[in-house]
Design a binder for this molecule. Sequence first.
Ligand code: HEM
Ligand code: HEM
Length: 181
Amino acid sequence: MLDALEVVRYRSFVSDVIGKGCVMTKYSNLQIWLHWIIFVLVAFQFLFHEPIAQAFDLRLEGKEFTQSVLIPLHLVFGGVVFLLVVVRLWVRVTEGVPPYPKQDAVVLKLISTVVHWSFYALLLLLPITGGAAWFQGSEGAGNAHEALRGVLLILILLHVVASLVHYFLLKSNLFKRMWWG
Ligand code: HEM
Ligand code: HEM
C-alpha cells in the first residue's frame, strides 16, 4: 500500500525533475498559507465552541438560547475550512508534495500518510456533520460531530509530537518545509 501512496507523493519529484530540473524540497507558498490558515481556523473552532454547543443542546430541548456572535462565526469558519480543504487537495494533486526524508523508517512514513489523509477526511466530515446537526436539528449528526472533533484533536497532538520527534531525535527539520522562506 505504501508503494502506491509513495507514487502519489513522488509525483512532484518526477514532474519537477522533468519540468524544472530540480526536486521539490518543501511545500509551495500556497500550500504553506493554506496549512496555517486552516490551522488558525480550526484552533478558533476548538477554543470558542462553547456557545454553539450550549445553543445546540437547548435547541434540541426546544428551549430558547442566548444569541452570540460566536455561533454564526462557528458556522462560517467551519464552512470556510471545508472550502479551503477542497482547494488544498486540488493544489496537492496539481503541485504534488515534497518526498519524505530518505532516512525516515517505512513505518513512520506509513503513519504520517495515514494521519495526513485522515486530516483531510476529518476536515471535510466535520463541516458536513456540523451542518447536518445545526440545520437539520439532528442529534445523531451532533454526536458524530463531537466524536470526530475528538479524533481530530488526538491526530493534531500526534502530528505536533511527530514534528518535535523529527526535530529533536531524527534531526530533520521538517518544520522548515511547512514554513515560508
Ligand atoms: C473544521 C470545522 C469544525 C470544527 C473543528 C468544529 C469543532 C467543534 C467543536 C470542538 C465543538 C464542540 C463539541 C462539544 O460539545 O464538545 C463543535 C460543536 C458544534 N459544531 Fe462544530 N466544528 C466545525 C465545523 C462546524 C460547522 C461547519 C458547523 C455547522 C454548519 C458546525 C456546527 C456545530 C454544532 C451544531 C455544534 C454543537 C453540537 C455538538 O456539541 O456536537 N461545526 N464543533
Ligand atoms: C489544525 C491543525 C493541523 C492540521 C489539520 C494539519 C494538517 C497537516 C497536513 C494534512 C499535512 C500534510 C500535507 C500534505 O502532505 O498533504 C501537514 C503537514 C505538516 N504540518 Fe500540519 N497540521 C496542523 C497543525 C500543525 C502544527 C501545529 C504544526 C507544527 C508543529 C504542523 C506542522 C506540519 C509540518 C512540519 C508539516 C510538513 C510535514 C512534511 O514535511 O512532510 N502542523 N499538516
